[in-house]
Design a binder for this molecule. Structure first.
Ligand code: TYD
Length: 140
């Protein structure tokens, strides 16, 4: 088991997913252990995001996640307390794998952007760190 506070932004990476091309529209699928290194327990979407808004602004203690741009584009700013990484997501067949213990903010949403988030746990508010100073203490 990974030590909870030790993950860095360099442990988070882009995963290329399948893209099955079809004249009537393309298909991308995500399967546990084939495409992502965890069991899928929950999928949620972010949509109807007003211009100028940001989402996220928290870290998770246990949850692992893949974030994709189902449509449109946005940026994910990852922060491990020491290093930051800014990643643009704009293709539905590429996802960003985020380890536990990483502060993330989703910013710069294009109009009509939709986010699919695939998570390793069901929703659990106790898994969230929503205060940045608490996050920094957690990482020490
Ligand atoms: P939050 O995780 O803060 O959103 P984001 O990280 O995208 O900015 O969730 C926003 C609200 O939705 C918050 O009240 C918790 C609730 N929520 C659920 O009830 N279930 C879920 O699976 C998620 C992701 C959020």
């Amino acid at each position: 088991m990974e030590e909870k506070g030790k993950s860095t932004v360099f442990d988070c990476h882009i995963i290329q997913l399948s893209r099955i091309e079809n004249a009537t529209g393309n298909v991308t699928s995500v399967s546990s252990y084939q495409d992502i290194p965890f069991d899928i327990k929950r999928v949620y979407y972010l949509y109807d995001i007003p211009g100028g808004e940001s989402r996220g602004g928290h870290a998770h203690k246990r949850l692992e996640q893949l974030i994709t741009a189902a449509s449109g584009s946005f940026n994910v700013v990852l922060d491990d307390g020491k290093n930051k990484k800014n990643i643009n997501l704009n293709l539905p067949n590429y996802g960003l794998f985020i380890r536990p213990g990483i502060w993330r903010e989703l910013v710069n949403f294009s109009s009509g952007a939709a986010v699919i988030a695939i998570a390793s746990t069901i929703y659990d508010e106790d898994d969230y760190i929503r205060d940045y100073q608490e996050f920094i203490r957690y990482k020490i």
